[in-house]
Design a protein around this ligand. Structure first.
Ligand code: ZN
Length: 206
């Protein structure tokens, strides 16, 4: 099992981080040790600078697949939820400026926060028509629709599978909309999909 994360999949977020919208999907990996399961507090890493939230639609893959055509891709999804791709933003900006890989800023223990509720993929599920919203301490900080993704979930799966074989249990974080921002000890983060609370996490001690 692995965690595949998509970067810059909403134009507004690309803009807020000072990037052009990509012409092809951008992806990177987190190790399984990055998973933070429901009920566990977020543990801020010992990394200087800001740690930011990125709310994302997360889909779970349920079979082995390589070179998947776009029109077959959704059939590989077992379920979906929301997740937080926690990012050491100050460090990521430094790494980006030097042209270095992002793993130190993205792949640390507990940086992939998983939702509490997983919804099953059905024939009528439209992954590109979800409202997603993150509240921090009760206030909305990220709010968008998956209709605004630059690449659809099917396109992302097809693209990634050209490079990496997908395996059962793999998680795909599909990119964050705008509104990313810092988290500090004591913050309560709640993720909603179409108004339904799927993710609830508290930031513990640093
Ligand atoms: Zn992200």
């Amino acid at each position: 099992m692995k965690i595949i994360c998509i970067g810059r999949n909403y134009a507004d977020h690309a803009k807020e981080t000072g990037n052009e919208p990509p012409t092809d999907p951008i992806f990177f990996l987190k190790p399984t040790t990055a998973c933070l399961y429901p009920g566990q507090p977020i543990q801020l890493p010992d990394i200087p600078g800001e740690i930011e939230h990125e709310l994302e639609l997360v889909v779970m893959i349920d079979s082995y697949a390589k070179d998947v055509p776009v029109n077959m891709a959704l059939g590989l999804i077992a379920s979906f939820s929301l997740g937080l791709d926690l990012t050491a933003r100050t460090l990521q900006d430094q790494l980006k400026a030097k042209g270095l890989p992002w793993e130190k800023a993205k792949a640390w223990d507990g940086s992939a926060v998983l939702g509490e509720v997983e919804l099953p993929m059905t024939a009528s599920t439209d992954l590109q028509a979800f409202g997603i919203e993150l509240k921090k301490n009760g206030e909305t900080v990220q709010k968008d629709t998956t209709a605004n993704m630059l690449f659809t979930v099917a396109e992302l799966i097809a693209y990634v599978s050209r490079y990496i074989t997908l395996e059962p249990g793999d998680l795909l974080f599909t990119g964050t909309p705008s509104g990313v921002g810092p988290i500090v000890e004591g913050d309560v983060l709640e993720g909603f999909l179409n108004g339904k609370l799927l993710l609830n996490a508290t930031v513990g001690k640093r």
